[in-house]
Design a protein around this ligand. Structure first.
Ligand code: FES
Length: 107
């Protein structure tokens, strides 16, 4: 078996419970996505895709490590240039997030 079947989760994380919470739309690298109310940004992104960003020193992709705000592996950016830790940032409707720093970052 090589992956989930049609209609099943395609992200690195799979929701097993609390799937009834209201959806929260956002964008990640320009693509429309949706998390659920009370998700962290990390949970919302990784239930829909397999990584948060590129590694700094190699070809690998990163998806967070500690999941509790301590390791800094989950840095991502907003389109307006703010950097945030995905694992400790609550998802809010309309967020426009990037897996890579904006061209002019840091300003
Ligand atoms: S995963 Fe470690 S700080 Fe977010």
């Amino acid at each position: 078996m090589t992956g989930p079947g049609p209609g099943l989760a395609r992200g690195r994380l799979v929701r097993l419970a609390e799937t009834h919470r209201p959806p929260v739309p956002f964008r990640f690298d320009g693509q429309p996505m949706a998390g659920l109310s009370d998700d962290t940004v990390l949970t919302a992104i990784l239930t829909g895709t397999d990584s948060l960003r590129a590694a700094e020193f190699g070809p690998e992709r990163r998806a967070g490590f500690c999941l509790m705000g301590a390791c800094q592996d989950c840095w991502i950016w907003t389109e307006d240039g703010a950097r945030l830790r995905a694992c400790s940032t609550p998802l809010t409707a309309g967020m426009r997030l990037l897996s890579d720093a904006p061209r002019d970052w840091p300003a």
